[in-house]
Design a protein around this ligand. Structure first.
Ligand SMILES: *Cc1c(COP(=O)(O)O)cnc(C)c1O
Length: 383
């Protein structure tokens, strides 16, 4: 069986071998419960606190402001639900200010807060690249706002938002600011103080770490209501015995992702731009989605007119390349992505979306063969 060439690193990544070896002892030798008083427990507790301190440094906050969770999705859920409910209890504020280009972990949580808890959702407009204009935040933020949530680097179209500028506005008006940095933290330096962030979501499996672990970073946050109650773990914000091997793996993967960022990004950007110009030059009626330069270094996304994106994925898969349509739609339900529609694309064009994301293993040769396979697939589908 031929192993396909992976061009879907934004969906997930393989776990780095050094991450695996750091994790292994915590399954079977140092398997203690960090809440136990005895030495076995204390060894686990030490590993937990070392991992916490590593992650705290990487996002520039203090150790007691890192909450380990089970994934990026849980971090987003805890951020939105915990912050909105806390703020409403404190001040009666009742609005959530967010964008139409968030990951479902944010949009569907916000939607539930509206439907079940009576919050009002206010949406910031985005431009044709899916980017938020900070002046729109200034216009729409008010004393009624419980929190502002804006995605850092977009998973579907790659666009990087002006997070620091939005943060400054939120800080001036003393409204908590959350960002979903699950994609961004794999490639860009993170700093909660530089960006005036109160809450940041990070996940491990998009950065060569294990699935099933994430963190929510806090910084100068007035308060947060737990969404999972029980024991006093994670400073009473997230009950449940910590998963030490996964947390150790996350800290290692996050450290590796933040090492030598500039050199690695220069390499990725050069491959990415080779891919983008190749596709736009060689395939008629192909358009880049998302910002041409202010985008994640490993991320290219397109729409092709007259094409069903899901069928394109199947054609590419049969030629040995795994890509994504960009959104989480399953084969058989070709619906245009809400993110692309909110950027002003027509439904006909939005249906033909393709996301190609690069990783550590990607080579120039692989990109050239992908472009040829894509050119052929688009031709076949248009016939
Ligand atoms: C993958 C992803 C998530 C969800 O993270 P999981 O760890 O898979 O739950 C949230 N937000 C963004 C932007 C993502 O890319």
């Amino acid at each position: 069986m031929n192993i396909p060439v992976n061009f879907d690193y934004a969906a997930t990544t393989p776990v780095d071998p050094s991450v695996v070896s750091d994790m292994l002892p915590y399954f079977s030798i140092n398997y203690g419960n960090p809440s136990s008083v005895h030495s076995l427990g204390q060894r686990a507790e030490t590993a937990l606190e070392v991992a916490r301190s590593t992650c705290a440094n990487l996002i520039n906050t203090s150790n007691n402001e890192v909450i380990f969770t089970s994934c990026g999705t849980e971090s987003d859920n805890l951020a939105l639900r915990g912050c909105a409910l806390f703020q409403r209890r404190q001040s009666g504020a009742n609005e959530i200010l967010t964008t139409p280009v968030e990951h479902h972990a944010v949009t569907r949580t916000a939607q539930q807060l509206q439907d079940l808890y009576g919050f009002e959702l206010v949406y910031l407009p985005v431009d044709m690249y899916g980017m938020v204009d900070p002046s729109e935040v200034k216009k729409r933020i008010s004393k009624k706002t419980t929190l502002v949530s804006v995605i850092y680097g977009n998973n579907e179209v790659g666009t990087i938002n002006p997070i620091a500028d939005i943060g400054r506005i939120c800080r001036e008006l003393e409204v908590p600011f959350h960002t979903d940095a699950v994609q961004a933290a794999a490639h860009l330096s993170m700093d909660m103080k530089r960006d005036n962030l109160n809450l940041i979501s990070v996940g491990a499996h998009k950065m060569y770490g294990p699935k099933g672990v994430g963190l929510l970073g806090l910084n100068m946050l007035p308060g947060l209501l737990p969404s999972q109650t029980g024991g006093g773990q994670e400073f009473n914000y997230r009950a449940g015995t910590q998963n030490i091997p996964l947390i150790v793996g996350m800290a290692k993967a996050f450290s590796l992702a933040q090492e030598d960022i500039d050199n690695r990004n220069n390499e990725l950007i050069s491959l990415r731009d080779q891919l983008i110009s190749g596709v736009l030059d060689q395939i008629p009626d192909a358009y880049l989605t998302g910002h041409p330069t202010l985008r994640l270094p490993n991320h290219a996304s397109f729409v092709f007119s007259g094409i069903d994106g899901n069928r394109l994925l199947i054609y590419l898969d049969s030629k040995g390349f795994t890509c994504s349509s960009g959104s989480a739609c399953k084969v058989g339900s070709s619906k245009p992505s809400d993110v692309l529609l909110s950027m002003g694309l027509t439904p006909e064009l939005a249906i033909g979306s393709l996301r190609i994301t690069l990783g550590k293993e990607t080579t120039t040769d692989q990109i050239n063969s992908l472009i040829s396979a894509l050119e052929l697939s688009v031709q076949q589908l248009r016939q």
